[in-house]
Design a protein around this ligand. Structure first.
Ligand code: PLP
Length: 444
């Protein structure tokens, strides 16, 4: 019903559509997070929760940084943004592009800003295909990705995602996607040869597979081997550092840790630590030259209203200041062993299938099935922690870089307690004569 002020009151409740969520059963299940400080968030029931996944892998410098809020406020008051479009641009975008170019292990880097990781992937794929057109090899259109890989869910992202469930049910997808097993160099080479190297535009991978498969560090030698295969066959080597970029894997970029020099790098999340949405496709000279070389007549016909959004760039600059001043990347590196060692004993629990990690503050506790993982993630709230399920059946352990050592040690204790509660509930449910009903706190 339309009210006097023009709102439709019948539509005014429960209109928020949650991503990847079953909406008919949502009412009553919403977990509202209302505030954050450091490694903690607070929900609307007033509970303090350790933010174990750092939101969606992004809250790297921690929540509630007044310095970033102030930088954004200053920028908003001066000029919210002006588009980096045609001749127009804004100084924050220029400043940030230069700062990123000075950090990334990408030769002669040029930075194309987006609003997030999915958009960075779409820009990069268009860029690389256009590059091949301009350099006389228009048949090079296929992008190879890996099983379990995740690079966002826009058009091309949906077509190449290595999680079949994310590709299904949308009808025809975009052509030019080829998926190979995740850690098998022989399979990658066989796919390149079978498809024809002269039809392959790029190979794209995450250095450490994040959400698609639930934290899978690279097999020894895999990434450098893949890079070499790309070089051998002229294939553009694209690295998705949306999660690993800016310290998450224990070095500023995972490329450095694994000795990689990608032609194109994708960035988002840690670029602003999530304070505002921002991503980037960073192209090295090899690809960018087609558009940047003096005398080149070519224009990359791609554009986004909010590319290089000045206030988001101001957030990123303040975020990078904090990251560097507090040596948070060093902190991640020095804590990776402690985190993995703390988690490993969980392997003894019958409901735990695997513990993976050892790459910065990125780890996962894989459980025996999706339902168990969901139950544990819910139960752990009673232990003062917020967790989420990633890769289908794993708990994502990727805390803010500012997490204290005692909090690192508390993570396995909380998971253990939640596991006991879940196993107890499961065995009671399995026992036919059981008359027990679950405690209220169990169902929270
Ligand atoms: N690439 C990787 C490795 C990611 O994990 C994600 C998101 O989780 C994306 C790309 C997509 O980024 P966004 O969700 O910002 O579009």
């Amino acid at each position: 019903m339309n009210t006097a002020n023009g709102t439709n009151s019948a539509n005014s409740v429960n209109a928020l559509w949650h991503n990847h969520a079953h909406m008919p059963t949502m009412p009553g299940r919403e977990h509202r997070i209302v505030r954050g400080a450091g490694a903690y968030v607070y929900d609307d029931a007033g509970r303090e929760l350790l933010d174990v996944p750092a939101g969606l892998w992004f809250a790297n410098v921690g929540h509630g940084r007044a310095e970033i809020a102030d930088a954004v406020h200053r920028q908003l008051s001066e000029l919210a943004t002006y588009p980096v479009f045609g001749d127009f641009c804004n100084p924050r975008a220029e400043e940030l592009a230069d700062r990123i170019a000075g950090l990334v292990p990408v030769e002669d880097a040029k930075v194309f800003f987006t609003s997030g990781g999915s958009e960075a992937l779409e820009a990069a794929v268009k860029l690389v295909r256009r590059y091949w057109q301009l350099t006389g090899e228009p048949a090079r259109q296929t992008v190879i990705t890996r099983e379990g890989g995740y690079h966002g869910l826009h058009g091309f992202g949906t077509s190449i995602v290595g999680v079949p469930a994310f590709r299904e049910g949308f009808g025809a997808l975009l052509p030019g996607a080829l998926t190979v097993p995740a850690m098998d160099l022989a399979a990658l080479e066989a796919a390149i040869l079978a498809h024809g190297p002269d039809r392959i535009a790029a190979f794209l991978c995450e250095p450490v597979i994040a959400g698609g498969a639930g934290v899978v560090p690279p097999a020894d030698g895999y990434l450098t081997g893949a890079q070499e295969l790309c070089r051998e066959h002229g294939i553009v080597f694209m690295l998705d550092e949306v999660v690993t970029g800016f310290g998450r894997a224990g070095s500023m970029f995972a490329a450095e840790r694994y000795g990689l020099r990608p032609d194109i790098m994708l960035l988002a999340k840690g670029l602003t630590s999530g304070y505002l949405p921002l991503g980037a496709a960073v192209a090295g000279g090899r690809v960018a030259e087609a558009f940047w070389a003096p005398g080149s007549p070519h224009v990359f016909q791609h554009g986004l209203t909010y590319s290089g959004h000045a206030s988001a760039c101001a957030a990123a600059l303040a975020n990078l200041d904090i990251l560097e001043r507090e040596d948070l990347v060093g902190r991640v590196r020095s804590r990776e062993g402690r985190l993995l060692e703390a988690l490993l004993p969980l392997r003894e629990h019958p409901l735990v299938a695997d513990v993976r990690g050892g790459t910065g503050l990125m780890a996962a506790v894989a459980l025996r099935g999706h339902d168990v993982a969901e139950e544990v993630a819910h139960a752990v709230v009673n232990e003062g922690m917020l967790m989420r399920v990633t890769g289908g059946d794993a708990l994502q352990i990727s805390p803010p870089f500012v997490i204290g050592d005692e909090d690192i040690d508390r993570i396995p204790v909380a998971i253990s307690a939640a596991l006991s509660r879940v196993s107890g509930r499961r065995s009671r449910a399995a026992a036919p004569s059981s008359r027990e009903t679950p405690a209220l706190s169990d169902t929270a």
